[in-house]
Ligand binder design. Structure first.
Ligand SMILES: Cc1cc2nc3c(=O)[nH]c(=O)nc-3n(C[C@H](O)[C@H](O)[C@H](O)COP(=O)(O)O)c2cc1C
Length: 266
């Protein structure tokens, strides 16, 4: 999995937003979002992301949402084929790509796995055989970059971040010449959203100095969290000129570097 586009400034700017203003999403904006979704759905097997614009308020109203998402009536349903391998990681990776594109367009966003009405959504979104809604991305217009009141309070959960040592206990094994891009990758991983802000990621280094990622259990969201972190890591590495791609080989997710020429790697 790989995204060539540089989205570092969006990664640095992003933070979950849970209070939206009463302003409709325009037709032009909707068209742009649909174009991005179409591109993802056409290129990535098993993904079938759908967007609901200006008509999704019941999903976040009422008890099922615990009142955590306010004033939101637009969302993207991250639908995937549950029969497809690696689907949860893909949902995380391409879902986060979407989040960053929405941030680029000026929207506020929040990944929502639990706090929405799981029954009501069936009225809005139809699923094909084997398909499942893995998560939602709530999005909409926001007032300013500063959170106040309820939103500020809720987002305190998301403030604390694990240290690099915690997410990569074997960091000392990294060779000096690779430190720069790996540290940049990890720095951006530390900005990544995760369910309940658990940051369940564990990075490691194995044979041939290959970086790997796995994740501790996180209420069933760990593979999605992992996909999100994979995108952030790849973006950081890419920023330092180190192009690579996540591939799962022998059941392990590895960050494989693009070869510079026939024999050498970056
Ligand atoms: C897979 C996933 C599921 C999430 N589900 C919810 C949710 O149900 N309700 C909610 O308010 N936030 C949810 N979040 C947002 C996290 O709480 C938030 O990303 C985390 O606290 C870090 O804060 P930040 O996004 O502001 O950096 C979810 C995030 C992820 C990645």
């Amino acid at each position: 999995m790989k995204i060539e586009e540089n989205l570092t400034s969006e990664i640095l700017r992003r933070t979950s937003r849970r209070k939206f203003v009463d302003e409709e999403i325009t037709v032009e904006e909707e068209v742009k979002i649909v174009e991005i979704l179409d591109e993802i759905n056409n290129e990535e097997r098993g993904l079938n992301f759908k967007v609901i614009v200006n008509d999704g308020d019941e999903i976040f109203d009422g008890l099922a949402s615990y009142g955590l998402i306010r004033g939101c009536n637009s969302y993207i349903a991250l639908i995937g084929d549950s029969k497809e391998k690696k689907i949860a990681e893909k949902i995380g990776f391409y879902g986060e790509y979407l989040v960053l594109k929405l941030v680029q367009m000026g929207f506020g966003t929040c990944w929502v796995g639990a706090t929405y009405d799981h029954k009501e959504i069936k009225e809005d979104v139809s699923l094909d055989y084997g398909e499942k809604i893995y998560c939602l991305i709530a999005f909409g217009k926001i007032n300013s970059d500063t959170k106040i009141g309820f939103e500020k309070l809720v987002s305190l959960i998301g403030k604390k971040r694990k240290s690099i040592q915690e997410i990569f206990p074997n960091i000392k094994k990294v060779k000096k010449e690779s430190q720069k891009w790996i540290m940049k990758g990890l720095e951006l991983v530390r900005k990544a959203p995760s369910a309940r802000n658990k940051q369940p990621w564990i990075f490691d280094i194995i044979e041939n100095d290959t970086i790997t990622i796995s994740a501790k259990e996180n209420f069933g969201y760990e593979k999605i969290d992992m996909g999100i972190a994979m995108l952030h890591f790849q973006q950081g590495a890419q920023l330092c000129g180190c192009k690579g791609e996540w591939r799962r080989r022998d059941g392990i997710w590895r960050f494989l570097l693009e070869e510079k020429d026939e024999n050498t790697q970056i």
